[in-house]
Design a protein. Structure first.
Length: 264
């Protein structure tokens, strides 16, 4: 199955670099991340387009065969058009994402927080804080499982940095990580990853500054001609990226749901 979307294409390329396997079944792709089985969007099926509501149960059964015992079900669709009500009726959340791109360094926007220090991740403690920041928005009962997931993901991201393929940048206040962003070079494209700001430090221009700094780093490589970033449709991040000079390149859809062990 051919994937044209720059957002999805770079998603798949990044997953492969981090140890995921991708199997082409003709009408869909099977993406699997053995080292992180709780990574919903590292263990999913990618379809070219929406399917009729009556076909949803068959695709759910196919997922169960591919990922027996998984506590989630996730499906991506390269085409954002079509009817996804059949998935909603089965308890899936439907999310539409926007891929944006820019061919120059993002626009410089003012940052309100003056005490912020922005730098590369360089210490082991930076990656530990990165995992903790990624889990900072979950409820207590889910914290332990989320931390395991974030620690595994941070280890995979660190390997990309160690190999010289990417860089992670953090915004620190008094040694505490309050925001982060990663960027990975993929041939002529560089893909942003992991844009996260602690809830207590949002709307201060910190994320905008990180996106610019990461873009500057990516574009120092002569092969990189385009920066790619993905955000939730109609979310505040889209408006921020447009202010930074990004333009829309396409849209795609993801559907997901958690599985209650009682359903097994």
């Amino acid at each position: 199955m051919h994937v044209e979307s720059p957002g999805l294409a770079t998603d798949l390329a990044l997953l492969e670099l981090q140890g995921s396997t991708i199997r082409d079944r003709g009408d869909h792709l099977v993406v699997r991340t053995p080292e992180n089985p709780t990574f919903w969007w590292g263990n999913f099926l990618l379809l070219a387009r929406a399917v009729p509501a009556q076909d949803v149960p068959a695709w759910v059964e196919r997922f169960e065969r591919e990922f027996p015992g998984a506590r989630h079900q996730t499906f991506g669709f390269a085409d954002s058009t079509g009817d996804f009500d059949g998935w909603r009726e089965r308890g899936f959340d439907v999310e539409r994402d926007v891929t944006l791109f820019i061919t120059k360094v993002p626009t410089w926007l003012p940052m309100d927080e003056q005490e912020v220090s922005i730098r590369h991740f360089a210490e082991r403690s930076d990656w530990r804080q990165s995992a903790e920041l990624g889990a900072s928005d979950v409820v207590i009962r889910e914290l332990e499982a989320r931390l395991v997931f974030e620690q595994r993901r941070a280890a995979a991201q660190k390997s990309l940095v160690d190999e010289g393929r990417g860089a992670w940048f953090g915004a620190f206040i008094g040694g505490r990580l309050v925001a982060k962003v990663g960027v990975v070079r993929l041939g002529t494209r560089a893909r942003y990853q992991d844009v996260v700001t602690h809830s207590g430090y949002r709307r201060r221009g910190i994320a905008a500054r990180l996106v610019r700094v990461a873009g500057e780093w990516a574009l120092t490589h002569p092969a990189v001609r385009e920066l790619v970033i993905v955000a939730v449709e109609d979310g505040p991040a889209v408006r921020l990226y447009e202010r930074l000079g990004f333009e829309e390149a396409g849209r795609h859809v993801g559907v997901e749901r958690a599985i209650d062990p009682a359903e097994w």
